[in-house]
Design a protein around this ligand. Structure first.
Ligand code: ADP
Ligand code: MG
Length: 478
């Protein structure tokens, strides 16, 4: 195992020598600097686990150095070492995150114990942080259901973005495609996970209020501003601010947001000072911001800034059989919530689900499952309680794809193909429809004689009746 690196920053060579020898004796790997500047450089280059930091140095204060170390590496163990301890220094050092305070002349035994404890505590903290991060990542992205190509690609990008330093992200997708979900997964899957995730819907708050909501205000900034107020940007410090429906943001506020993103600082309403900002902004829109900006409704420069990292959420209709995965996921979910024991979808429902366009995307699917599970009495989901839209959509499709009976070009063409051994047409077919079409044709040719029709189709009369019932069902809901 490599020795643990410890940085010594002190301007007195004698002290450095003593400390270096002691640290080596205890099995550490000491590195040393005689100035704040040199110490900072070594800290960055060598990433020591601990620092023994003198307070008074010719080129600055050890307290400032401490703050810098903790900023860059919060888990670093910084032990302050000083000649004459001032109360203010002690307070400042402890506030700045110093692990401990040791006065000169240094008692080596004491120092050894302090270093050992400090490193131990820091190691535990690092482990906790790593575990928490792993868990957050696992937990959140794994809640997002989807194995289709479109979803896998989207998720791959989102995970990459989460782990990155990107300061802004744009999520685009229709309502119900999972923008909220993905925004949260990005936050909890990032190093910001221990800091706040704050969401605001830009459409829900009028522009005048929104500005002070976002940026806060100073006392007296306007008539009602009786006290200073922290804005959401400030509250989200270190974490993520989710600006939902960013397309609804007023043009003036768009300009302010752009400035914040570009300069990494912001100003409270009525404030004179710029405040530094460390917040990742995730903006979401269900409109295409590019065309919005082309139409003059959205600032083009803000669009360009946001779209540096853009994640498009595919509509549910482009996710293939994810719709079935999601359906089963929600069946399990509502089984628990509603104390039901639904086992799955009937094949007819599977087909309807696959073919329906889902304009409300996952949200609509979730609502449909909830509705049907409340109403359904059997142990699987049948089409009996499906909302009209789904069933109507199904019929519309069936009718337009397939014109019955004999005038239809498709069945005739297929019938010819049958003689040649069932050639699958270029564009594919809907097997179920082909089947029903042949049932109809057989019934016509046999003049309604079911036995004869069944013979023509090579199936039993019961099998024929089952299929006739299907045709009937399709039309009875008209
Ligand atoms: N891929 C998915 N897996 C599981 N649940 C999802 C998925 N996408 C969306 N949802 C759920 O669908 C609903 C709508 O998602 P939401 O993130 O609010 O969509 P949007 O913000 O795009 O309108 C929520 O209940 C959400 O949990
Ligand atoms: Mg949303």
């Amino acid at each position: 195992m490599p020795k643990e690196k410890i940085l010594i920053v002190d301007d007195e060579p004698n002290i450095r020598l003593t400390l270096v020898e002691a640290l080596q004796g205890w099995g550490y790997d000491p590195i040393e600097a005689g100035t704040i500047a040199a110490g900072r450089e070594l800290f960055d280059a060598e990433q020591p686990l601990a620092v023994l930091q003198d307070i008074n140095l010719p080129d600055g204060s050890g307290i400032d150095a401490l703050r810098e170390y903790k900023n860059r590496q919060p888990q670093a163990v910084v032990i302050m070492i000083t000649g004459n301890v001032q109360l203010e220094d002690t307070i400042a050092a402890l506030r700045g995150g110093a692990y401990d305070f040791i006065s000169k002349p240094v008692r080596l035994n004491e120092l050894q114990v302090t270093i050992r404890n400090g490193l131990e505590a820091s190691k535990l903290r690092r482990e906790v942080v790593t575990l928490r991060r792993e868990r957050a990542q696992e937990f959140n992205f794994s809640q997002i259901i989807g194995q289709s190509t479109a979803m896998s690609e989207m998720l791959r990008l989102a995970k990459k973005v989460a782990a990155s330093e990107a300061s802004s992200v744009l999520l685009q997708g229709a309502s119900g495609t999972g923008k909220d979900l993905v925004a949260k997964a990005i936050h909890y899957g990032s190093s910001r996970t221990d800091h706040p995730f704050i969401a605001i819907n830009c459409a829900a708050i009028p522009g005048t209020l929104l500005e002070s909501e976002l940026f806060g205000h100073e006392r007296g900034a306007f008539t009602d501003a009786k006290a200073r107020k922290e804005g959401l940007f400030e509250q989200a410090q270190g974490g993520t601010l989710f600006l939902d429906e960013i397309g609804e943001l007023e043009l003036g506020l768009q300009a302010k947001l752009l400035r914040v993103l570009e300069e990494g600082k912001f100003r409270r309403v009525g404030g004179l000072k710029d405040l530094p900002l460390n917040v990742r902004v995730i903006a979401a829109s269900n409109r295409d911001l590019k065309s919005e900006s082309e139409a003059g409704r959205f600032r083009l420069d803000l669009y360009y800034r946001l779209s540096v990292i853009q994640i498009d959420l595919p509509p549910l209709s482009q996710r293939g059989d994810d719709v079935l995965l999601l359906a089963n996921y929600y069946i399990a979910h509502f089984n628990e919530r509603l104390r039901k024991r639904i086992r799955g979808l009937q094949p007819e429902v599977t087909e309807i689900f696959r073919r329906y366009q889902w304009p409300g995307n996952v949200r609509e699917l979730r609502n449909v499952i909830e509705r049907v599970m409340i109403l359904e009495d059997s142990d699987s989901i049948t089409s009996s309680w499906l909302p009209r839209d789904l069933v109507k959509d199904e019929q519309a499709k069936t009718k337009e794809d397939f014109v019955y009976p004999t005038t239809a070009a498709v069945p005739v063409a297929l019938a010819v193909q049958v003689q040649h051994g069932f050639v699958l047409p270029e564009g594919g077919i809907e097997l179920e429809e082909v089947e029903l079409s042949f049932v109809r044709q057989a019934m016509e040719r046999s003049g309604g004689n079911q036995t004869r029709a069944a013979e023509l189709l090579g199936i039993s009369r019961d099998q024929l009746r089952y299929r006739l019932k299907k045709i009937e069902d399709l039309h009875s809901t008209d």
